[in-house]
Design a binder for this molecule. Structure first.
Ligand code: TXA
Ligand code: MG
Length: 335
């Protein structure tokens, strides 16, 4: 196996980084671990979307991460760790939080708990909150990367802030080339939609973001989940406009206007579909899991068609449909 050559050289200036894309084999992952240790920025595959990793306890690395994404620093990051034991060193788990972690980790679930104040996740990464968001990803490359370092890795989705999340290494390069140090290419993310975020820091568990694990699966353990209140600052990633392509999105479309691109679902097409500039179908067989896995790639592809607007057919709201509808609504919100 070829060892990735050369010293690890991390520029202190995030605007001038020599980014490489490496297939996520053992040598590349070891190199990525070195880059993280040195305070660099590494994009890596997870089962949901690609993340942009930085050493969570290094405020300079975390500041560079916010800058590279153009992300407002009041929007806290998720700390990724390799197992529950590591998670419990960072935050105080309630009984329900523990039960959920044992059932769904590793996997697309993020748990918010009161921080234990560990310096392993710096204050900037938590945006000064007294809580910390933690996740144990299941993607083999992500797991191996986390096993190669002895610190938590904060990783927002590896896109420019507000843009569509990346599900391939190429998507990451399209958004962040020149701003980060390394991309580990582990193929397309299978889940395609971010982790579900549950907040256990208050009196009642709350659903902060719908995602890869459907609400119903979680509620069998927690009972009915409260929702995040509108305009809440504690989950700013839930800002109205987010996950957005350049083109305007028109939701629940029952007909296509001339010049629009069409994002379809299921086996029927809306009226005047022949007028569409380009058509992509999230799942002809109406499978929401398949639709979630394709959502972001298809939004990017329809955006690239040059259409001014993307008409999106109605997507059912059950199961993973809740998260898909949530992302589409944010992508459609006025910028
Ligand atoms: O699937 C995922 O979660 C991906 C992969 C890379 O792991 N990551 C991801 O990170 O989606 P990001 O930064 O794009 O979204 C994190 C969300 C934001 O909405 C942020 O506001 C929220 O988590 N968050 C982080 N820490 C929080 C906290 N302490 N309390 C409430 N919300 C928090
Ligand atoms: Mg994101």
């Amino acid at each position: 196996m070829a060892k990735a050559a050369g010293p690890v050289n991390v520029s202190s200036d995030w605007t001038d980084r020599q980014m490489r894309i490496l297939r996520a084999d053992a040598a590349a992952i070891a190199r990525a671990a070195d880059v993280l240790r040195a305070g660099g920025l590494v994009a890596f595959p997870t089962e949901t979307v690609y993340g942009l990793g930085a050493r969570a306890g290094d405020p300079r690395a975390v500041a560079a991460l916010y800058a590279a994404k153009g992300r407002p620093s009041f929007n806290p990051l998720i700390a990724h760790v390799s197992d529950l034991a590591a998670a419990e060193r960072l935050g105080a788990f309630t009984e329900d939080a523990l039960t959920l972690a044992k059932k769904f980790w590793p996997g697309p679930l993020t748990i918010v708990v009161k921080t234990r104040g560990s310096a392993a996740v710096c204050e900037l990464a938590r945006a000064g909150l007294d809580t910390v968001a933690i996740r144990v990803p299941s993607h083999p490359a992500a797991r191996e990367l986390l096993a190669n370092v002895d610190f938590p890795v904060v990783a927002p989705s590896a896109n420019r802030s507000g843009h569509v999340s990346p599900t391939t290494a190429q998507h990451v390069a399209d958004d962040l080339a020149g701003r980060i140090d390394l991309i580990l290419d582990g193929g397309a993310s299978e889940g395609g939609i971010e982790s579900t975020i549950i907040d256990f820091s208050g009196d009642k568990p709350r659903l902060l973001r719908s995602g890869g694990i459907a609400r119903g699966e979680i509620e069998t353990i927690t009972g009915p989940l409260a929702s995040a209140s509108k305009n809440e600052v504690s989950a700013p990633g839930m800002m109205a406009s987010h996950y957005a392509p350049r083109a305007r999105l028109r939701l629940d479309a029952r007909e296509v206007h001339p010049g629009e691109a069409l994002l379809a679902f299921g086996n029927g097409l809306p009226t005047s579909a022949e007028k569409a500039r380009k058509i992509l179908n999230l799942s002809e067989r109406g499978d929401l899991t398949e639709a979630a896995s394709r959502l972001y790639a298809y939004l990017r592809e329809l955006d690239a068609s040059g259409a001014e607007a993307i008409a999106v057919v109605p997507i059912p709201g059950e199961g993973l449909g809740e998260a898909i509808r949530d992302r589409l609504a944010r992508a459609a919100a006025p910028k």
